[in-house]
Design a protein around this ligand. Structure first.
Ligand SMILES: [Zn+2]
Ligand SMILES: [Zn+2]
Length: 350
């Protein structure tokens, strides 16, 4: 399904040269930029916080030698070493946030914390790794997106994971050293943000990014309304009194509430566009995605590479499922494929 390089094989980018390897944020917080070679996101931020009982690292990058080297260099520049890290907290299970965790635990980091719903997702996937891609492919196919076979030499994102069991499952509201955890499902089922009780800053993971719009998708029949969860979690974070956001990708931004408002407006616009697409009658999820504009430059769906088309359809389906949960859209499954229709167009519903 989704390759580590998101369709950009042979395309190599690293941390932009105008940015240093680390930035001292203040209040004993250090941002370490960890490379995501070949990925348009370019880098993920590991954040190091000094606490009374040692260092906490939030997010660790994916499993790769250049990531481990960048982490060790960043620690050294900040005056520390790996042995000073008392705990690793991951905001969510995605490979760019959790992938290196197993390596770091084996190197002696004693504590690893994440949310139970994300750990449960990884366990379930590990138990049926061979089937996971086919579950996703079958779901997308039933929603009108034909599967494009990947070349055999394509790097899988499973290669970027070094699995290890967390030593602690972090709950909403839990206090961990100077941090308070906030469960913010949507981008992943167990996504966590962390509020720093000393500086008032919020570590937003992939929940709130700027200028990127975080991906929220329905990748299989999950029984979840991921978009509904995401919008509710955005409102929770938007209501925080905070002195600034420290996102997992890109650079710190001061006004979290403003960015949350922009993302809420974006999702509301998308939802209106999806509803408008159904005005002419029932459509597959892929046909709805075909009516929308994609990427920041507003590409047509058919201009996207296959992997991006998968993300686009999964996102469209998350909107459709949210509208269905709210009673505005109905779904019809004839056993071969799924179509979606406005709820008032009841002749086509089941
Ligand atoms: Zn993510
Ligand atoms: Zn990420």
């Amino acid at each position: 399904m989704i390759s580590a390089s998101a369709g950009l094989t042979g395309y190599s980018l690293s941390i932009p040269s105008n940015l240093p390897p680390i930035t001292q944020i203040g209040d004993r917080i250090v941002q370490i930029r960890l490379p995501m070679s070949g990925n348009p996101m370019r880098y993920i931020n590991g954040y190091l916080l000094e606490d009374d009982d040692g260092l906490t690292l939030i997010d660790c990058g994916w499993r790769a030698d250049d990531v481990l080297a960048a982490l060790e260099q960043g620690l050294e520049l900040a005056g520390f070493s790996l042995g000073d890290i008392k705990r690793l907290l991951v905001t969510h299970f995605h490979f760019d946030h959790y992938g290196l965790a197993g390596t770091l635990v084996r190197k002696g980091i004693p504590e690893l914390g994440m949310h139970a719903r994300d750990w449960g997702f990884l366990v379930a996937r590990e138990q049926r790794t061979a089937d996971t891609d086919s579950i996703v492919d079958a779901w997308l196919e039933r929603n009108g997106l034909p599967v494009v076979p990947e070349p055999d030499d394509e790097e899988s994102f499973y290669d970027r994971y070094d699995f290890t069991e967390p030593t602690r499952l972090v709950e909403d509201g839990e206090r961990i050293g100077r941090l308070r955890a906030m469960w913010t499902p949507g981008h992943s089922p167990g996504h966590l943000c962390f509020v720093d009780t000393i500086s008032g800053r919020t570590f937003t993971g992939d929940h709130v990014l700027d200028p990127v719009t975080p991906h929220v998708g329905m990748w299989h029949e999950s029984g979840r309304d991921a978009m509904g969860e995401y919008i509710a979690s955005l409102r929770t974070v938007g209501a925080l009194e905070t002195s600034g956001a420290l996102p997992a990708h890109g650079e710190a931004f001061p006004d979290l509430a403003r960015r949350v408002e922009e993302l809420l407006a974006h999702e509301a616009q998308r939802e209106a566009d999806v509803l408008r697409a159904l005005e002419s009658g029932p459509l597959t999820g892929t046909a709805v995605a075909g009516t929308l504009k994609w990427r920041r430059r507003g590409d047509r769906f058919d201009q996207l590479p296959p992997e991006h088309q998968q993300f686009a359809v999964a996102e469209t389906l998350a909107h459709l499922e949210h509208l269905r949960t709210r009673g505005e859209v109905v779904r019809h499954d004839d056993g071969m494929g799924i179509t979606w229709a406005r709820a008032d167009d009841s002749a086509t519903s089941n």
